[in-house]
Every structure is written in C-alpha cells, then in structure tokens.
Design a protein around this ligand. Structure first.
Ligand SMILES: Nc1ncnc2c1ncn2[C@@H]1O[C@H](COP(=O)(O)OP(=O)(O)OP(=O)(O)O)[C@@H](O)[C@H]1O
Ligand code: SF4
Ligand SMILES: [Mg+2]
Length: 343
C-alpha cells in the first residue's frame, strides 16, 4: 500500500478545565491515503473539530496535544518547528473552518482575501493552476474571479469588492472554500462545510470538493454529523463518540452493515437511508461531558445492549470484516476477531 498522506497514531488532545481534563480526542488512530475522502461522523461534542485542529496544531491553549503522532507525508507534524508548520498550513493542508465568520476578515473585501491567500502561498504567478479551479489567464485577479465562479459565487466581478457581511451565509461558506482551495492543498480538512446551507447549495459545494478530489487528487477529511452525507461522499468513514473512534470502515459497508450500536443509532436518525421506516428514532440521551469520564464504554447510558462488563473493559477497535472495525463489548471475545491497531 502507498505511504499514507496522513496517519494519526494514538492522537490524544486534552483541554484542562476547572471541572477536570476534557479528553476531546482519546487515542485516535486514522489513515488517509492520497486522494482518499475520509468522513469523520458523530454528534456535537464528540471531538471531530478537535481532531482537525490538532492536525494543524491549532488547538487553543491551555488545550494541547497530550500524546500521539501526526504523520503527514511521513513527517511528524508534532515535531516540526513553528515556522515549518506555518508553511504547511494553508499551503499543503488547508482547512474550511466550521464558522465562516471567524475566518473571514470583516474589514477586507472577500475577493482581496482570496487574492491574499494566493499571494501568501506564493502561487500568484504560477501558470496555469494545475487543477479544476484554475483559470487559464495568468492575471492574479482573473484567477481569483475564476475561483469565485468555480465555487459558485455568482457575478464574481461585481462581488470581488464586497465585504463578508454583504454575503449570505452560503456565500460566506463558498468564499471560505475558495480560500482553502486556491492554495492547491494536498489535504483539505473540511469541518461541516455545508451544514448551514440549504440542500441545493449543499450539493453544489460537495460537487466542487468532489471535483477537486478527482482532478487534483487532493485527500479530504470531511467532518459532519450527517452519516447520510458521509456515506454518499466518502470512501471511508470513521464514527466518533466521546473522543474515540468507535467504528470505521468503507463508507458503504459501514452504512449497509453497521456494527457499533452508536452507528446503528445514527442510522436510525436518517429517514432517507432506512427507507422502509417513516419514523426517525433519535438516540436517547446526549453525549456525555468529556471531563472525568468513568472507565468503560462512554455510550453505556444510551445503549440498549449495555451490560455490566461494558463498565470495566478497556475496549479496543477490533477487526471484524474487510477493513471494518468496531469498539464494543460485542466484539471483545478475542477469539473470533483479531486485534488491529496501527503499529
Ligand atoms: N477550546 C476549548 N476549550 C475547552 N473545551 C473545548 C474546547 N474546544 C472543544 N472543547 C471540548 O472538547 C470536546 C469536543 O469538542 P469538538 O468541538 O471537537 O466537538 P465536535 O464534534 O466538533 O462538535 P460540533 O459538532 O458541535 O462541532 C467538547 O466536550 C468540547 O466542549
Ligand atoms: S460496549 Fe456496551 S454500552 Fe458500549 S456500545 Fe457496546 S454494548 Fe453498548
Ligand atoms: Mg465541530
């Protein structure tokens, strides 16, 4: 198998708070191959954004990465000096942040901000851009207009000088995507890039990202709470609960044949996938506070299959079938299945 574009080994990220240490990411192991689209799925507060921010070393202090490695093209990003890390951010790895307004600068026109991103990463004069967003003309501004058009910002010439507050939420999101894509990243981290958008625009944005993936070969991590969207868009899915990966595998396989009770719960919330059913069954209860979690499975209070042993066992991801893994007492007999952790 080719060297992974990204490999997380035992990634552990903690926010020390007065009420105790919040274990936002606990021992996460993940791989993204070049050109792969990986979906990270889970409810609010499960640690999805913290994984992405950890990859870019953007966890706000006093939060910090407490353990693990982040190998990107074979280099451990945790060990890189700040200067080199800055060069990787936005250049080789770029991120579409969950909150558009926190990324766009309110006092600069949107077009200028896209142009600035291009300049910052030293690609303003490269010609032609080797990917679908590329305009054929070498002029810097023309490239920005091309990118704006490509991500679906109508009348880019007229909007080049518009300020972020003059854009709708959907347009702001497109501007963010343009900023993230203009640097030709080899890895794109997309944190709920379409959640705030209506369905039609959602589909257009996903199509832009799909094209970038197909034609440029960029790897993508798509963070979403929507398992249906992840199933449609991603090659592989990792389901996250309470800071841990509880199931991962090929997208279609996980959706067709979910093994973890939490994944099954997420699927039951999707009327479009369980078509025979008209009812949506929300998972009872809510994601626990990740500060001072008791040992054992964090899903116990919400799981109809919970039993005494779930309290005490240190659960690991177990290999079930063709690249599908789950972390649950149901798969802990240690005989039928072999342990698979990255080593
Ligand atoms: N800066 C922070 N300071 C303190 N705790 C934080 C911080 N950022 C995240 N957390 C905590 O870490 C846990 C995981 O949060 P994270 O934002 O990664 O979840 P998420 O899956 O992205 O949720 P959402 O779907 O709501 O964006 C939560 O318990 C959250 O409260
Ligand atoms: S370990 Fe127990 S509580 Fe956790 S998901 Fe499996 S059966 Fe449910
Ligand atoms: Mg988030």
């Amino acid at each position: 198998m080719a060297e992974p574009l990204l490999e997380l080994r035992n990634l552990t990220t903690v926010f020390p708070m007065r009420r105790g240490a919040v274990n936002a990411v606990s021992g996460v192991n993940l791989r993204v191959q070049p050109g792969e689209i990986l979906g990270i799925v889970g409810e609010s507060g499960c640690g999805k954004s913290s994984v992405l921010l950890s990859i870019l070393r953007l966890i706000r202090q006093p939060g910090h990465i407490a353990a693990g490695n982040i190998f990107f093209k074979g280099r451990d990003l945790r060990r890189l000096p700040q200067k080199k890390m800055r060069a990787i951010r936005g250049n080789e790895i770029s991120m579409i942040f969950q909150d558009p307004l926190s990324t766009l600068n309110p006092v600069f026109p949107v077009g200028e901000q896209i142009r600035e991103a291009m300049r910052l990463h030293g690609i303003a004069n490269a010609s032609p851009l080797p990917w679908p967003l590329a305009g054929r003309r070498s002029h810097e501004k023309q490239r920005v207009l091309d990118v704006m058009a490509e991500v679906g910002i109508p009348a880019p010439e007229a909007r080049y000088r518009a300020y972020p507050h003059e854009f709708s939420g959907g347009m702001q999101q497109r501007a963010l995507i343009a900023i993230a894509l203009v640097c030709e990243p080899t890895l794109l981290l997309a944190d709920e890039p379409t959640t705030a958008l209506d369905v039609t625009i959602q589909a257009q944005i996903m199509e832009v990202m799909r094209r970038v993936n197909r034609e440029h070969g960029a790897g993508i991590i798509l963070v979403t709470h929507n398992l249906g969207l992840a199933a449609e868009f991603c090659d592989n899915i990792a389901v996250m609960y309470a800071g841990r990966i509880v199931e991962r595998g090929p997208a279609q396989q996980v959706v067709d044949n979910p093994q973890h009770p939490y994944t099954r719960g997420l699927l039951a919330c999707l009327p479009q996938i369980s078509r025979q059913r008209s009812r949506i069954d929300p998972i009872p209860g809510e994601v626990p506070d990740l500060a001072g979690l008791p040992p054992g499975c964090a899903f116990i209070p919400r799981c109809s299959l919970a039993r005494d042993a779930c309290n005490s066992v240190d659960l690991r991801l177990r290999s079930l079938q063709a690249n599908q893994y789950a972390r649950c007492i149901l798969y802990e007999d240690g005989v039928r299945y072999t342990v698979e952790e990255f080593s």
